[in-house]
Design a protein around this ligand. Sequence first.
Ligand SMILES: [Fe+2]
Ligand SMILES: [Fe+2]
Length: 154
Amino acid sequence: MDCCRQEPVDPSEARARLLAQHEELRGIIDGAEEMTARLVAGKATGDEVRRKLAELDRALHDHNAEEETILEPLLRTVDAWGPVRIEQMLTEHAREHGIFRQTLDEIVASPPSHMAGAIRGLVADLRRHIEHEERSFLNPELLKDDLVTVTSCS
Ligand SMILES: [Fe+2]
Ligand SMILES: [Fe+2]
């Protein structure tokens, strides 16, 4: 396509960027969990929890969009995974991102009495997702620092 351009991306830089975003996300996830504990204790309102979840939603949206763009060229640097496996991983990964945001939307729309259990489930799933990424495609043992290419359209 005419609109497409190719930008070289250094895998170690991409990895460092995504890891830094993970740290930021962990802080927001911890904050959402703390706010949920305050809600259960009667020390926070449903709207305060919703504001925390809105912060998490924004951070997840920005991170997931960047990760999905960066992920494909990162995965292609790993010789052990063939193209079919890579395609499956990309599809599954994007599907999980979609589920997280849908779950967040549902929690925000729910009454405060229904929030705590759903938030605890979500934060556990998010932490598992992040840990899995760091063991798999963000693991420096698996990545080579060769030049890779990102194709993007403006
Ligand atoms: Fe992800
Ligand atoms: Fe991630």
